[in-house]
Ligand binder design. Structure first.
Ligand code: HEM
Length: 507
């Protein structure tokens, strides 16, 4: 699905290439993809508009956050312009971002242009059209804000690979210990109060797990105690407030969060406490950093960001989301998962291992399906490095150098032209040979699931680690319980899940 920088993309491919062979899929229509040569898709102007300066940006911001709200905001524009590639403003706009204008990509065919770092610049675009102050990251532009063309990108990413590699032998035992703690907390609360919020125990488990696995350091034994998650949440709020809503009354929420930057000195001490903890725990990684020509200080700010922002925030968003989708799917799926997981563990001598999990096709598919239906990081940005052509299912569009592309991932991975019953949680969607063919349309890691993260791309450095720990979570959950019931709410960072009951393993 490559695009070219020429304005004349081409070659005809049937839409069957977008789906595994399946007799229940309706007969395909022909579409084209851009390859050198001629095209059958029409070249169109990108529809949509930015409105009047200032006013247009504020209007789009209010529409995006409050009325009609995010998903409807995009859905209405798609209907209005009959296009999945549209011009619009994205928050925050004035007075935080000087240029809110973007081209939004809302289908699974145009979205992957964001992974091609020869076409898009990923410099300072992690959070979109604004970048949080570097005062929040020790004065450094940390890895996630660097474009691969910047010399430090490869070095810092190698350092994160080193960190992940050295955690390899600790992941299984430490995960079991930390998440046994989580389950025991939930059980105790459910027994005492009839329900338990998943959120706080999940954050505590994730923070302890990550630090024990990465640095062999137990936060509870240090000055941090149990405060790590709350320090991170506050620090993240100062970075992400321009693109979050806290559910306050509309104009107050907008004024407080989206109009001015919250001054970073309010979290200086919190950050310092996290930094001191990472600094004291990560000597062996700092040694490696020095060998690579990086300073110990820069390494530590990057380790902090990778652990507390990339990894912790990712797990904080994704684990409740998994519990939500699996919980909503109900008892039948729970029984099937418990049967699959327990029988494989049994035939593996009672042990859960990487190889054992490979033999659990339903469990693996469930994790992928949760990543598809609600990608934990829903927004991806990239600035056109040169004039280029992007292609949706319906048309070809020209983009000028310097224009900002914005992919809204939940629409790309729920593209009905790629996924059947795209809006539904289909637990076995990625199972079997046909299911696995769909993995190339799973984009949660800022790249197709079938591709590898490298020092030269911008795919999540923790891609395999995330899949591993998510599989571990579902396996441990159904090793321990036959079924569970939940109640749902929403938070600024995703699902808020309350556990109502948990039925211990009966077989
Ligand atoms: C559920 C958990 C996670 C999710 C959903 C997630 C998702 C992502 C996404 C979408 C990006 C690309 C952002 C962009 O440039 O637009 C990214 C980048 C990154 N992630 Fe993850 N991530 C997770 C966990 C982790 C973990 C465990 C680590 C390892 C410590 C990690 C390290 C990184 C790093 C270092 C980058 C920047 C890569 C680069 O600059 O080339 N992430 N992640």
């Amino acid at each position: 699905m490559a695009t070219t920088s020429s304005s004349r993309p081409a070659a005809v491919l049937p839409v069957t290439d977008l789906r595994p062979e399946n007799p229940s899929v309706p007969a395909p229509q022909s579409v084209t993809v851009s390859q050198p040569g001629e095209t059958k898709l029409p070249l169109k102007q990108i529809p949509g508009d930015y409105g009047l300066p200032f006013i247009g940006a504020i209007k789009d911001r209010l529409d995006f956050f409050y009325n009609p709200g995010r998903d409807e905001f995009f859905r209405l524009k798609t209907q209005k312009y009959q296009s999945t590639v549209i011009r619009t403003n994205m928050p925050p706009g004035p007075f935080i971002a000087s240029n809110p204008k973007v081209i939004v990509l809302l289908d699974g065919k145009s979205f992957p242009v964001l992974f091609d770092v020869s076409k898009v610049e990923k410099r300072d675009v992690l959070t979109g059209t604004y970048m949080p102050s570097t005062d929040l990251t020790g004065g450094y532009r940390v890895l996630a804000y660097l474009d691969p063309s910047e010399p430090k990108h490869a070095k810092l990413k190698q350092l994160v690979f080193f960190l992940l590699k050295s955690s390899r032998d600790k992941v299984f035992p430490v995960f079991e210990a930390c998440y046994t703690g989580l389950f025991e907390t939930l059980e105790k609360e459910v027994a005492e109060k009839g329900k338990s919020s998943f959120e706080a125990p999940n954050e505590q488990a994730a923070f302890n797990f990550l630090n024990l696995a990465f640095f062999g350091s137990n936060p509870a034994d240090t000055k941090l105690g149990v405060e790590g998650p709350s320090l991170i949440n506050k620090w993240m709020l100062f970075q992400l407030h321009p693109i979050l809503s806290l559910g306050l009354p509309k104009y107050l929420d907008d004024l407080l969060l989206h109009t001015f930057r919250l001054p970073s000195f309010f979290v200086k001490n919190d950050y310092k406490r996290l930094y001191d903890f990472i600094y004291e725990s990560s000597g062996f990684v700092q040694d490696e950093a020095e060998k690579m020509g990086l300073s110990r200080e820069e390494a530590c700010h990057n380790l902090l960001f990778a652990t507390c922002f990339n990894a912790f925030a990712g797990m904080k968003a994704f684990f409740p989301s998994m519990v939500k989708w699996i919980g909503r799917a109900g008892g039948k799926l729970h029984t099937e998962l418990a049967q699959e997981i327990r029988s494989v563990i049994k035939s593996n001598g009672g042990k859960l291992s990487m190889a054992a999990m490979e033999q659990m096709p339903l469990m693996k598919s469930v994790v992928y399906e949760a990543l598809r239906i609600e990608p934990p990081v829903p927004y991806q940005y990239g600035k056109a490095k040169k004039d280029l052509v992007i292609e949706s299912h319906d048309a070809v569009y020209e983009v000028k150098e310097g224009e900002m592309l914005f992919g809204f991932q939940p629409f790309a991975t729920k593209d009905p032209k790629i996924f059947e019953k795209a809006e539904e949680f289909v637990p076995d969607r990625f199972k079997g040979e046909d299911g696995e063919k769909l993995l190339k349309y799973l984009f949660w890691s800022n790249g197709p699931e079938t591709e590898n993260t490298t020092a030269g791309n911008k795919q999540c450095a923790g891609k395999d680690f995330v899949v591993l720990v998510s599989r571990l979570f579902v396996s441990e959950l159904f090793r321990r319980y036959d079924t569970f019931e939940i109640e749902l709410g929403e938070t600024s960072l995703g699902a808020s899940v309350t556990i109502k009951s948990m039925k211990g393993a009966s077989f």
